[in-house]
Design a protein around this ligand. Structure first.
Ligand code: NAD
Length: 428
Protein backbone atom coordinates (compact mmCIF):
# COMPACT_ATOMS: atom_id res chain seq x y z
CA UNK A 1 0.00 0.00 0.00
CA UNK A 2 1.15 3.53 -0.74
CA UNK A 3 4.17 2.30 -2.61
CA UNK A 4 4.04 5.26 -4.99
CA UNK A 5 4.37 7.83 -2.23
CA UNK A 6 6.60 5.85 0.08
CA UNK A 7 8.96 4.41 -2.51
CA UNK A 8 11.75 6.55 -1.06
CA UNK A 9 12.16 3.91 1.58
CA UNK A 10 11.22 0.27 1.79
CA UNK A 11 10.60 -1.37 5.14
CA UNK A 12 13.58 -3.49 6.16
CA UNK A 13 12.88 -7.23 6.48
CA UNK A 14 11.91 -8.31 10.01
CA UNK A 15 11.26 -4.71 11.04
CA UNK A 16 7.76 -3.91 12.30
CA UNK A 17 6.74 -1.13 9.92
CA UNK A 18 4.63 1.50 11.71
CA UNK A 19 3.00 2.58 8.44
CA UNK A 20 1.85 -0.96 7.60
CA UNK A 21 0.47 -1.25 11.13
CA UNK A 22 -1.38 2.06 10.83
CA UNK A 23 -2.91 0.85 7.55
CA UNK A 24 -3.98 -2.43 9.20
CA UNK A 25 -5.86 -0.52 11.90
CA UNK A 26 -7.47 1.65 9.22
CA UNK A 27 -8.53 -1.43 7.24
CA UNK A 28 -10.00 -2.98 10.39
CA UNK A 29 -12.08 0.14 11.02
CA UNK A 30 -13.09 0.32 7.34
CA UNK A 31 -14.33 -3.27 7.53
CA UNK A 32 -16.29 -2.52 10.69
CA UNK A 33 -17.83 0.52 8.95
CA UNK A 34 -18.39 -1.37 5.65
CA UNK A 35 -16.59 1.51 4.02
CA UNK A 36 -16.44 2.05 0.29
CA UNK A 37 -13.15 0.74 -1.21
CA UNK A 38 -12.42 4.01 -3.03
CA UNK A 39 -12.76 5.97 0.18
CA UNK A 40 -10.41 3.55 1.92
CA UNK A 41 -7.86 4.06 -0.87
CA UNK A 42 -8.03 7.84 -0.41
CA UNK A 43 -7.62 7.56 3.36
CA UNK A 44 -4.68 5.14 3.06
CA UNK A 45 -2.58 7.73 1.21
CA UNK A 46 -1.04 10.84 2.72
CA UNK A 47 -2.12 13.89 0.71
CA UNK A 48 1.35 15.41 0.65
CA UNK A 49 4.84 14.10 1.50
CA UNK A 50 7.63 16.68 1.70
CA UNK A 51 11.31 15.86 2.16
CA UNK A 52 13.79 18.74 2.34
CA UNK A 53 17.57 19.01 2.59
CA UNK A 54 18.84 20.88 5.64
CA UNK A 55 22.43 22.03 5.21
CA UNK A 56 23.81 23.11 8.57
CA UNK A 57 27.12 24.63 9.56
CA UNK A 58 28.37 22.76 12.63
CA UNK A 59 30.30 24.47 15.41
CA UNK A 60 33.55 22.94 14.09
CA UNK A 61 33.06 24.71 10.74
CA UNK A 62 32.05 21.60 8.78
CA UNK A 63 28.80 21.45 6.81
CA UNK A 64 26.40 18.56 7.30
CA UNK A 65 23.31 17.98 5.17
CA UNK A 66 20.33 16.44 6.98
CA UNK A 67 16.99 15.24 5.60
CA UNK A 68 13.81 16.66 7.10
CA UNK A 69 10.30 15.33 6.49
CA UNK A 70 6.78 16.66 6.81
CA UNK A 71 3.86 14.39 5.93
CA UNK A 72 0.35 15.80 5.60
CA UNK A 73 -2.17 13.01 5.72
CA UNK A 74 -5.67 14.49 5.39
CA UNK A 75 -7.09 17.99 5.81
CA UNK A 76 -10.75 17.35 5.14
CA UNK A 77 -11.76 18.60 8.62
CA UNK A 78 -9.38 21.57 8.89
CA UNK A 79 -5.68 22.54 8.86
CA UNK A 80 -3.06 19.83 9.30
CA UNK A 81 -1.77 19.38 12.84
CA UNK A 82 1.07 17.29 14.24
CA UNK A 83 4.34 17.14 16.12
CA UNK A 84 7.96 17.51 15.03
CA UNK A 85 10.25 14.65 16.04
CA UNK A 86 14.04 14.74 16.40
CA UNK A 87 15.23 11.15 16.86
CA UNK A 88 17.84 8.98 15.11
CA UNK A 89 15.20 6.35 14.17
CA UNK A 90 13.00 8.81 12.23
CA UNK A 91 12.01 7.47 8.79
CA UNK A 92 9.50 8.63 6.22
CA UNK A 93 7.39 5.55 6.93
CA UNK A 94 7.30 6.28 10.65
CA UNK A 95 6.37 9.93 10.05
CA UNK A 96 3.66 8.86 7.57
CA UNK A 97 2.18 6.47 10.14
CA UNK A 98 2.18 9.14 12.84
CA UNK A 99 0.55 11.65 10.46
CA UNK A 100 -2.26 9.19 9.75
CA UNK A 101 -2.72 8.56 13.48
CA UNK A 102 -3.13 12.31 14.01
CA UNK A 103 -6.00 12.44 11.51
CA UNK A 104 -8.02 9.83 13.43
CA UNK A 105 -7.05 11.31 16.81
CA UNK A 106 -8.29 14.83 15.96
CA UNK A 107 -11.53 13.44 14.53
CA UNK A 108 -12.03 11.22 17.58
CA UNK A 109 -11.80 14.10 20.08
CA UNK A 110 -13.87 16.37 17.84
CA UNK A 111 -11.37 19.09 16.92
CA UNK A 112 -11.30 20.60 13.41
CA UNK A 113 -7.86 19.46 12.28
CA UNK A 114 -6.30 16.99 9.89
CA UNK A 115 -3.25 14.87 10.65
CA UNK A 116 0.40 15.67 9.93
CA UNK A 117 3.83 14.88 11.37
CA UNK A 118 7.38 16.05 10.80
CA UNK A 119 10.79 14.85 11.75
CA UNK A 120 14.54 14.86 11.31
CA UNK A 121 16.68 11.74 11.87
CA UNK A 122 19.09 13.19 14.42
CA UNK A 123 20.01 12.55 18.02
CA UNK A 124 19.54 16.07 19.45
CA UNK A 125 21.86 15.23 22.37
CA UNK A 126 24.76 15.15 19.87
CA UNK A 127 24.25 18.75 18.73
CA UNK A 128 24.92 22.03 20.52
CA UNK A 129 22.06 24.44 21.20
CA UNK A 130 23.37 26.71 18.43
CA UNK A 131 23.46 23.83 15.94
CA UNK A 132 19.92 22.76 16.91
CA UNK A 133 18.71 26.31 16.40
CA UNK A 134 20.26 26.49 12.91
CA UNK A 135 18.80 23.06 12.01
CA UNK A 136 15.32 24.04 13.24
CA UNK A 137 15.34 27.42 11.49
CA UNK A 138 16.50 26.00 8.16
CA UNK A 139 13.98 23.14 8.38
CA UNK A 140 11.20 25.67 9.04
CA UNK A 141 12.28 27.94 6.26
CA UNK A 142 12.40 25.03 3.77
CA UNK A 143 8.79 24.24 4.75
CA UNK A 144 7.64 27.86 4.67
CA UNK A 145 5.04 27.34 1.91
CA UNK A 146 3.72 24.14 3.48
CA UNK A 147 3.00 25.35 7.02
CA UNK A 148 0.94 28.22 8.43
CA UNK A 149 -1.87 28.86 10.92
CA UNK A 150 -4.57 27.81 8.45
CA UNK A 151 -2.43 25.28 6.55
CA UNK A 152 -0.35 23.08 8.86
CA UNK A 153 0.53 23.76 12.50
CA UNK A 154 3.55 21.91 13.97
CA UNK A 155 3.97 21.13 17.70
CA UNK A 156 6.60 19.43 19.90
CA UNK A 157 7.15 15.67 19.89
CA UNK A 158 10.03 13.38 20.88
CA UNK A 159 13.28 15.37 21.06
CA UNK A 160 11.65 18.80 20.64
CA UNK A 161 10.02 21.19 23.11
CA UNK A 162 8.79 24.78 23.55
CA UNK A 163 12.30 26.00 22.65
CA UNK A 164 12.17 24.54 19.11
CA UNK A 165 8.60 25.83 18.67
CA UNK A 166 9.80 29.36 19.53
CA UNK A 167 12.52 29.09 16.83
CA UNK A 168 9.94 27.80 14.32
CA UNK A 169 7.49 30.58 15.17
CA UNK A 170 10.20 33.24 14.88
CA UNK A 171 11.54 31.89 11.57
CA UNK A 172 8.06 31.75 10.05
CA UNK A 173 7.20 35.23 11.36
CA UNK A 174 10.46 36.77 10.06
CA UNK A 175 9.78 35.27 6.61
CA UNK A 176 6.23 36.62 6.35
CA UNK A 177 7.10 39.95 7.98
CA UNK A 178 4.87 39.92 11.07
CA UNK A 179 4.34 37.85 14.23
CA UNK A 180 2.27 34.72 13.61
CA UNK A 181 1.69 32.97 16.94
CA UNK A 182 -0.79 30.49 15.40
CA UNK A 183 1.82 28.81 13.18
CA UNK A 184 2.94 26.42 15.96
CA UNK A 185 1.56 25.21 19.28
CA UNK A 186 3.44 24.13 22.38
CA UNK A 187 5.42 27.39 22.29
CA UNK A 188 6.48 29.41 25.36
CA UNK A 189 3.71 31.39 27.12
CA UNK A 190 5.66 34.62 26.48
CA UNK A 191 4.91 34.37 22.73
CA UNK A 192 1.33 33.10 22.85
CA UNK A 193 1.69 29.59 24.25
CA UNK A 194 -1.17 28.23 26.31
CA UNK A 195 -1.14 27.71 30.02
CA UNK A 196 -1.47 24.00 30.71
CA UNK A 197 0.10 22.87 27.39
CA UNK A 198 3.29 21.50 28.92
CA UNK A 199 1.40 19.05 31.13
CA UNK A 200 -1.49 18.50 28.71
CA UNK A 201 -0.62 15.11 27.21
CA UNK A 202 0.25 13.68 30.63
CA UNK A 203 -2.94 15.20 32.09
CA UNK A 204 -4.99 13.57 29.33
CA UNK A 205 -3.35 10.20 30.13
CA UNK A 206 -4.21 10.64 33.82
CA UNK A 207 -7.84 11.48 32.95
CA UNK A 208 -8.28 8.45 30.67
CA UNK A 209 -6.68 6.10 33.23
CA UNK A 210 -8.93 7.57 35.95
CA UNK A 211 -12.05 7.04 33.81
CA UNK A 212 -11.01 3.47 32.91
CA UNK A 213 -10.46 2.56 36.57
CA UNK A 214 -13.80 4.15 37.49
CA UNK A 215 -15.49 1.89 34.91
CA UNK A 216 -14.44 -1.01 37.16
CA UNK A 217 -15.36 0.73 40.38
CA UNK A 218 -11.70 1.54 41.16
CA UNK A 219 -9.94 4.85 41.79
CA UNK A 220 -6.49 6.28 41.21
CA UNK A 221 -5.83 6.30 44.97
CA UNK A 222 -3.28 3.57 45.62
CA UNK A 223 -3.34 2.29 42.00
CA UNK A 224 0.05 0.76 41.09
CA UNK A 225 1.52 2.52 38.08
CA UNK A 226 4.60 1.77 35.92
CA UNK A 227 5.74 4.31 33.32
CA UNK A 228 8.25 3.84 30.48
CA UNK A 229 9.69 7.23 29.47
CA UNK A 230 10.15 10.32 31.63
CA UNK A 231 9.97 13.10 29.03
CA UNK A 232 7.24 15.60 28.09
CA UNK A 233 4.52 12.97 28.41
CA UNK A 234 5.78 10.33 30.87
CA UNK A 235 7.14 12.96 33.28
CA UNK A 236 3.87 14.92 33.37
CA UNK A 237 1.77 11.74 33.70
CA UNK A 238 3.95 10.64 36.64
CA UNK A 239 3.52 13.97 38.44
CA UNK A 240 -0.26 14.13 37.94
CA UNK A 241 -0.90 10.47 38.81
CA UNK A 242 1.22 10.89 41.92
CA UNK A 243 -0.74 14.02 42.87
CA UNK A 244 -3.98 12.07 42.41
CA UNK A 245 -2.81 9.52 44.97
CA UNK A 246 -1.60 6.73 42.67
CA UNK A 247 1.56 4.82 43.54
CA UNK A 248 4.09 5.35 40.74
CA UNK A 249 6.37 2.37 41.41
CA UNK A 250 8.73 2.52 38.44
CA UNK A 251 9.76 4.87 35.65
CA UNK A 252 12.45 4.69 33.00
CA UNK A 253 14.24 6.74 30.39
CA UNK A 254 16.66 5.87 27.63
CA UNK A 255 19.39 5.15 30.22
CA UNK A 256 17.30 2.54 32.10
CA UNK A 257 14.70 2.37 34.84
CA UNK A 258 14.26 2.83 38.59
CA UNK A 259 11.91 0.92 40.89
CA UNK A 260 10.53 1.20 44.41
CA UNK A 261 7.59 -1.12 45.24
CA UNK A 262 6.42 1.39 47.88
CA UNK A 263 6.19 4.17 45.27
CA UNK A 264 8.76 6.69 44.07
CA UNK A 265 8.90 10.24 45.41
CA UNK A 266 7.95 11.83 42.06
CA UNK A 267 8.40 15.46 43.15
CA UNK A 268 11.95 14.70 44.31
CA UNK A 269 12.58 12.71 41.11
CA UNK A 270 11.62 15.70 38.95
CA UNK A 271 14.18 17.82 40.80
CA UNK A 272 16.79 15.04 40.56
CA UNK A 273 16.22 14.64 36.77
CA UNK A 274 16.45 18.42 36.24
CA UNK A 275 19.79 18.47 38.08
CA UNK A 276 21.17 15.41 36.22
CA UNK A 277 20.76 16.35 32.57
CA UNK A 278 17.23 14.87 32.52
CA UNK A 279 18.53 11.40 33.51
CA UNK A 280 16.87 9.45 36.33
CA UNK A 281 19.46 6.69 36.89
CA UNK A 282 20.83 6.57 40.45
CA UNK A 283 17.80 8.25 42.07
CA UNK A 284 18.12 7.71 45.87
CA UNK A 285 15.54 5.30 47.36
CA UNK A 286 15.20 3.20 44.22
CA UNK A 287 16.77 0.10 42.68
CA UNK A 288 17.76 0.00 39.01
CA UNK A 289 15.67 -2.04 36.54
CA UNK A 290 16.21 -2.54 32.85
CA UNK A 291 13.56 -1.32 30.42
CA UNK A 292 12.68 -4.97 29.66
CA UNK A 293 12.21 -5.70 33.39
CA UNK A 294 10.13 -2.55 33.84
CA UNK A 295 7.60 -3.61 31.20
CA UNK A 296 7.19 -6.94 33.03
CA UNK A 297 6.50 -5.52 36.51
CA UNK A 298 3.16 -6.51 38.08
CA UNK A 299 0.96 -3.38 38.29
CA UNK A 300 -2.52 -2.03 37.70
CA UNK A 301 -1.57 0.29 34.85
CA UNK A 302 1.45 0.09 32.56
CA UNK A 303 2.04 3.36 30.67
CA UNK A 304 4.47 3.15 27.74
CA UNK A 305 5.36 6.84 27.16
CA UNK A 306 8.55 6.61 25.08
CA UNK A 307 8.49 5.28 21.52
CA UNK A 308 6.61 2.85 19.26
CA UNK A 309 6.95 -0.95 19.15
CA UNK A 310 7.88 -1.45 22.81
CA UNK A 311 5.41 -4.26 23.57
CA UNK A 312 5.75 -6.82 20.81
CA UNK A 313 5.12 -10.51 20.13
CA UNK A 314 8.45 -11.20 21.88
CA UNK A 315 7.67 -9.66 25.29
CA UNK A 316 3.86 -9.38 25.45
CA UNK A 317 3.59 -12.61 27.50
CA UNK A 318 5.65 -10.89 30.23
CA UNK A 319 3.23 -7.98 30.71
CA UNK A 320 1.49 -8.29 34.10
CA UNK A 321 -0.69 -5.15 34.04
CA UNK A 322 -4.50 -4.94 34.09
CA UNK A 323 -4.44 -1.90 31.80
CA UNK A 324 -1.94 -0.68 29.22
CA UNK A 325 -2.40 3.05 28.60
CA UNK A 326 -0.69 4.04 25.34
CA UNK A 327 0.76 7.44 26.22
CA UNK A 328 3.26 7.06 23.35
CA UNK A 329 2.09 6.65 19.78
CA UNK A 330 2.04 3.01 18.66
CA UNK A 331 3.92 1.44 21.63
CA UNK A 332 2.00 -1.86 21.28
CA UNK A 333 2.35 -3.77 18.01
CA UNK A 334 -0.64 -5.25 16.23
CA UNK A 335 0.27 -8.83 17.25
CA UNK A 336 0.87 -7.82 20.87
CA UNK A 337 -2.42 -5.94 20.91
CA UNK A 338 -4.30 -9.10 19.93
CA UNK A 339 -2.42 -11.12 22.57
CA UNK A 340 -3.26 -8.62 25.31
CA UNK A 341 -6.89 -8.58 24.29
CA UNK A 342 -7.01 -12.40 24.39
CA UNK A 343 -5.62 -12.28 27.94
CA UNK A 344 -8.21 -9.74 29.10
CA UNK A 345 -5.74 -6.85 29.45
CA UNK A 346 -7.49 -3.59 28.51
CA UNK A 347 -5.49 -1.42 26.11
CA UNK A 348 -6.37 2.29 26.25
CA UNK A 349 -5.42 3.19 22.67
CA UNK A 350 -3.01 5.99 21.77
CA UNK A 351 -5.48 8.01 19.70
CA UNK A 352 -7.56 8.38 22.87
CA UNK A 353 -5.04 8.13 25.74
CA UNK A 354 -2.55 10.72 24.46
CA UNK A 355 -5.02 13.11 22.80
CA UNK A 356 -4.77 15.66 25.65
CA UNK A 357 -1.76 17.25 23.94
CA UNK A 358 -3.49 17.97 20.66
CA UNK A 359 -6.62 19.12 22.47
CA UNK A 360 -4.67 21.80 24.34
CA UNK A 361 -2.75 22.60 21.14
CA UNK A 362 -6.14 23.30 19.60
CA UNK A 363 -7.08 25.49 22.60
CA UNK A 364 -3.74 27.32 22.21
CA UNK A 365 -4.45 27.91 18.51
CA UNK A 366 -7.97 29.18 19.29
CA UNK A 367 -6.55 31.59 21.91
CA UNK A 368 -3.87 32.75 19.45
CA UNK A 369 -6.38 33.40 16.65
CA UNK A 370 -8.74 35.30 18.96
CA UNK A 371 -5.98 37.15 20.89
CA UNK A 372 -7.80 36.24 24.13
CA UNK A 373 -5.82 34.16 26.60
CA UNK A 374 -7.30 31.95 29.31
CA UNK A 375 -6.13 30.99 32.79
CA UNK A 376 -4.88 27.44 33.35
CA UNK A 377 -8.00 26.39 35.19
CA UNK A 378 -10.14 27.14 32.12
CA UNK A 379 -7.72 25.36 29.75
CA UNK A 380 -7.70 22.25 31.94
CA UNK A 381 -11.49 22.29 32.31
CA UNK A 382 -12.11 22.60 28.56
CA UNK A 383 -9.59 19.83 27.85
CA UNK A 384 -11.04 17.53 30.50
CA UNK A 385 -14.53 17.99 29.06
CA UNK A 386 -13.42 16.91 25.57
CA UNK A 387 -11.34 13.97 26.87
CA UNK A 388 -14.05 12.56 29.14
CA UNK A 389 -16.62 12.93 26.37
CA UNK A 390 -14.36 11.09 23.89
CA UNK A 391 -13.69 8.32 26.43
CA UNK A 392 -17.39 7.66 26.96
CA UNK A 393 -18.07 7.72 23.22
CA UNK A 394 -15.38 5.05 22.75
CA UNK A 395 -16.85 2.91 25.55
CA UNK A 396 -20.32 3.22 24.01
CA UNK A 397 -19.01 2.32 20.56
CA UNK A 398 -17.08 -0.64 21.96
CA UNK A 399 -20.20 -2.02 23.67
CA UNK A 400 -22.40 -1.39 20.66
CA UNK A 401 -20.07 -3.09 18.18
CA UNK A 402 -18.66 -5.64 20.65
CA UNK A 403 -15.11 -4.65 19.74
CA UNK A 404 -11.99 -3.72 21.75
CA UNK A 405 -11.43 -0.05 22.63
CA UNK A 406 -8.86 0.47 19.87
CA UNK A 407 -11.22 -0.73 17.15
CA UNK A 408 -13.99 1.38 18.70
CA UNK A 409 -11.77 4.50 18.77
CA UNK A 410 -10.61 3.99 15.18
CA UNK A 411 -14.16 3.33 14.02
CA UNK A 412 -15.25 6.67 15.48
CA UNK A 413 -12.28 8.68 14.15
CA UNK A 414 -12.13 7.03 10.73
CA UNK A 415 -15.93 7.16 10.41
CA UNK A 416 -16.02 10.92 10.97
CA UNK A 417 -13.31 11.55 8.39
CA UNK A 418 -15.06 9.24 5.91
CA UNK A 419 -18.31 11.13 6.44
CA UNK A 420 -16.60 14.48 5.81
CA UNK A 421 -14.88 13.16 2.66
CA UNK A 422 -18.21 11.86 1.35
CA UNK A 423 -19.99 15.11 2.14
CA UNK A 424 -17.33 17.26 0.47
CA UNK A 425 -17.01 14.91 -2.52
CA UNK A 426 -13.95 14.08 -4.60
CA UNK A 427 -12.37 17.09 -6.32
CA UNK A 428 -12.65 17.84 -9.24
P1 NAD B 1 10.41 13.15 24.99
O1 NAD B 1 11.55 13.18 24.08
O2 NAD B 1 10.10 14.34 25.83
O3 NAD B 1 10.56 11.92 26.02
C1 NAD B 1 10.80 10.60 25.61
C2 NAD B 1 11.22 9.82 26.84
O4 NAD B 1 11.40 8.46 26.48
C3 NAD B 1 12.56 10.28 27.42
O5 NAD B 1 12.52 10.18 28.82
C4 NAD B 1 13.55 9.26 26.84
O6 NAD B 1 14.72 9.12 27.64
C5 NAD B 1 12.69 8.02 26.89
N1 NAD B 1 13.12 6.95 26.01
C6 NAD B 1 13.57 7.04 24.73
N2 NAD B 1 13.87 5.80 24.27
C7 NAD B 1 13.59 4.95 25.27
C8 NAD B 1 13.69 3.54 25.42
N3 NAD B 1 14.14 2.76 24.44
N4 NAD B 1 13.29 3.00 26.58
C9 NAD B 1 12.82 3.78 27.61
N5 NAD B 1 12.71 5.11 27.54
C10 NAD B 1 13.09 5.67 26.38
O7 NAD B 1 9.13 12.72 24.12
P2 NAD B 1 7.59 12.95 24.45
O8 NAD B 1 7.16 14.22 23.85
O9 NAD B 1 7.36 12.68 25.89
O10 NAD B 1 6.92 11.81 23.57
C11 NAD B 1 6.83 10.46 24.03
C12 NAD B 1 5.77 9.74 23.21
O11 NAD B 1 4.51 10.41 23.36
C13 NAD B 1 6.02 9.70 21.69
O12 NAD B 1 5.49 8.49 21.18
C14 NAD B 1 5.19 10.87 21.18
O13 NAD B 1 4.83 10.73 19.82
C15 NAD B 1 3.99 10.75 22.09
N6 NAD B 1 3.18 11.97 22.20
C16 NAD B 1 3.75 13.14 22.61
C17 NAD B 1 2.96 14.27 22.76
C18 NAD B 1 3.50 15.56 23.29
O14 NAD B 1 2.70 16.47 23.57
N7 NAD B 1 4.79 15.72 23.48
C19 NAD B 1 1.59 14.20 22.45
C20 NAD B 1 1.04 12.99 22.05
C21 NAD B 1 1.86 11.88 21.93
Amino acid sequence: MNQALLSLETASPGHICPFDQACSYLEQAAKELRMDQGLLEVMSHPRKVVTVSIPVKLDNGQVQVLAGHRVQHCDVLGPYKGGTRYHPAVTLREISALAMLMTWKCALVGIPYGGAKGGIAIDPARYSVGELERITRRYTSELIKDIGPSVDIPAPDVGTSAREMAWMMDTYSMNVGHAVPGVVTGKPISIGGSRGREMATGRGVMIIVREALAERGETLAGAKIVIQGFGNVGGAAAVLLDEAGAKVMAVSDVSGGIFNPEGLDIQALKVYAAENNRRIAGFPGSVPVSNAELLALPCDVLIPAALENQITEDNVHEVQAKFVAEAANGPVTLAADLALEARGVTVLPDILANAGGVVVSYLEWVQGLSYVFWDEERVNREMEGLMVHAYHEVIKQSKMRQVPLRVAAYTLGVGRVAQALSDRGLYP
